[in-house]
Design a protein around this ligand. Structure first.
Ligand code: IPE
Ligand code: IPE
Ligand code: MG
Length: 251
């Protein structure tokens, strides 16, 4: 026990707060079901949790927050749920954008927009352009996003720009074309709702994120739950392939 505590004491703290947090906001449907409400009631309450999380991240000094709102696989859901989610997305954009802007938040939306309505695409473009010069939190919403889609679109774009590279390109050649190229890789990944899987979220970018899973359903996620996740992150030793001894020598 003594050995354990002395070695944990010397673990370098990887910065107080993660620079980039990525979250799979899961459990809206189950939150509603527990209350005998329709699933869409869970999605509505999920927006409140989103608002609280954005505020908490701003206050804690997190620089990038990336939220999975709709996966490329979520089209498989009942049509009325998909329609509701798209409408909710538009409503949130419409209502929140001026608040985000007033709070110096830069909004980004990643994912394949080709299946979205023209109106939604237009709203996304406007929201991004209004907030593009803001210097506070960068809030990214992943909508119709899939990690595999991202890798394919990045490869296509990279090869279109560098046709001669097909057989020689390296990791660093691809990175500028990933949809998150403006952000560092996530330090902390959180998934609410109890499932322990990535569900085709940021496959490349999560290579060295610290993973944190909680049973808390997304509508119940709050500042305290976020702080718990950050605390767990702060107790991890990020070795990036090195040994613990190497890290301590360089500390
Ligand atoms: C996450 O909650 C929100 C979206 C995927 C849009 P779910 O809707 O997946 O909730 P559960 O997993 O059914 O509880
Ligand atoms: C992942 O949640 C996608 C989002 C939270 C947007 P799902 O609830 O769709 O994930 P699976 O299908 O259960 O893995
Ligand atoms: Mg789910």
């Amino acid at each position: 026990m003594a050995l354990f505590s002395s070695s944990t004491r010397s673990i370098p703290e990887t910065g107080d707060v993660p620079r980039h947090i990525a979250i799979i906001m899961d459990g809206n449907g189950r939150w509603a079901k527990k209350r005998f409400l329709p699933r869409i009631a869970g999605h509505k309450r999920g927006v409140d949790a989103l608002r609280h999380t954005v505020k908490a991240c701003t206050e804690l000094g997190v620089e990038y927050l990336t939220l999975f709102a709709f996966s490329s696989e979520n089209w498989r859901r009942p049509a009325e749920e998909v329609t509701f989610l798209m409408q909710l997305f538009m409503l949130v954009l419409e209502h929140e954008i001026s608040k985000l802007h007033n709070n110096n938040i830069r909004l980004k939306v990643i994912g394949d927009r080709s299946r979205f309505d023209a109106k939604l695409i237009d709203m996304i473009e406007r929201a991004e352009s209004v907030t593009q010069s803001n210097t506070g939190l960068t809030l990214t919403i992943a909508a119709n996003y899939g990690g595999r889609w991202d890798l394919i679109q990045a490869t296509h774009s990279m090869l279109a720009a560098n046709p001669g590279r097909a057989l020689t390109f390296q990791e660093a050649d691809l990175e500028p074309y990933l949809s998150t190229s403006y952000a560092p890789e996530p330090d902390l990944f959180i998934r609410t709702g109890g499932e322990q899987r990535i569900s085709n979220f940021l496959l490349w970018q999560l290579a060295y994120a610290e993973l944190y899973f909680t049973d808390t359903l997304w509508p119940d996620f709050n500042t305290l739950a976020l702080k718990r996740a950050i605390k767990s992150f702060q107790q991890r030793e990020r070795r990036f392939g090195r040994t613990s001894e190497q890290l301590q020598k360089n500390a």
